[in-house]
Design a protein around this ligand. Structure first.
Ligand code: ZN
Length: 331
């Protein structure tokens, strides 16, 4: 099968590999669509110790079961593999289990390949009418779903004013999910005009340039930080209202930025947000199937053969789309 292998910092190569054998309890999936994630880019740069080369990256995939009794079923892949018997998983938070492992981290190769194996409990049927491209979005949308959901739960206030920082896929999807979940007004802080334009036709979501516009202290009830940089943490500390909530999703290097004094005096809640529960994943896939998240014009499809180029262009900042999905259907 063809696979894209990360061979060393800033290097990718299209390669031939044997088709993997599913272990007991696993299925073999012929990948039809797979998204490129910020964490794939992070690994590509050689910054992720959990992803040493040579390695097949990619964890945002949908495809068709290729063998066994369920052959032919269209499925989305939940790439977060967890021991279901772990006490943390049994308590309802499998994404926090010490056994958690995402495909594209050894020993599990990722989905930038024609075939991938995955435990059967990690696949979800793709509803009729939902394209493989959109089914592959269920993973990043699930990340956003989880972040917005836990933020709203901690806030406990209907119709909040929401700030989303960062117009990448997680930020864009978080803005759309916040609207779906009933936010009153949603602002998207993103310096890049091309990225801001991705949502300009979406009602209820307003983009602005945080480097030149200041919404003012206490402007928001809930802040979703989908960047995770010093500047966004500084801004979130000031822009959230007293008693408000900040959800930290982004994973850029560095730890500084929060105004701990204001956070203490104004009883601001900060929570991290990582991945999703299986319920979040299913809800994200369902919302995509219902068309509840808008026109998805922020997604660009490219042929699998163009993957190496796509990485280089993403690296060079030449891509306005918030998400590139690779199409493997015609291979
Ligand atoms: Zn991802």
């Amino acid at each position: 099968m063809r696979a894209i292998v990360y061979t060393g910092p800033n290097q990718m190569a299209l390669d031939e590999q044997p088709i993997p054998e599913p272990a007991p309890g696993e299925v073999l999936v012929r990948v039809h669509a797979v998204g490129i994630c910020g964490s794939d880019m992070h690994a590509y740069h050689g910054y992720d110790d959990r992803r040493p080369p040579p390695l097949v990256l990619g964890h945002e995939a949908a495809g068709i079961i290729a063998s066994g009794p369920r052959a032919g079923e269209r499925v989305a892949i939940n790439p977060l593999v967890v021991d279901p018997e772990c006490p943390v998983a049994r308590a309802g938070r499998p994404h926090l289990s010490p056994t958690r492992a995402i495909i594209s981290m050894p020993p599990r190769p990722g989905a930038f390949a024609e075939y991938v194996t995955i435990p059967e409990r990690n696949i979800l049927p793709v509803p009729d009418g939902l394209s493989m491209r959109d089914a592959a979005l269920s993973e990043p949308v699930a990340v956003s779903w989880h972040a917005v959901r836990i933020g709203l739960e901690r806030l406990g206030q209907p119709r909040p004013r929401v700030l989303v920082q960062g117009g990448g896929a997680i930020g864009v999807a978080a803005a759309l999910v916040a609207r779906h979940m009933g936010a009153e007004a949603i602002d998207l802080a993103e310096p890049h005009p091309g990225r801001r334009a991705l949502l300009e036709h979406e009602a209820g979501i307003t983009g602005f340039d945080p480097t030149s516009q200041d919404p003012g202290e206490s402007a928001y009830d809930l802040v979703i930080d989908a960047v995770g940089a010093v500047a966004t943490r500084q801004a979130a500390s000031r822009l959230v209202r007293p008693g408000g909530v900040i959800v930290h999703v982004g994973l850029l290097p560095g730890q500084e930025g929060y105004d701990i004094r204001r956070i203490t005096l104004q009883e601001i809640t900060i929570t991290g947000s990582y991945c999703y529960t299986p319920e979040d994943f299913a809800a994200a896939l369902d919302a995509l199937a219902q068309g509840a998240l808008g026109a998805l014009g922020w997604v660009e499809v490219r042929p699998f053969a163009g993957a190496v180029t796509a990485f280089a262009e993403l690296d060079a900042g030449k891509v306005s789309a918030a998400k590139i999905v690779l199409d493997l259907a015609e291979l």
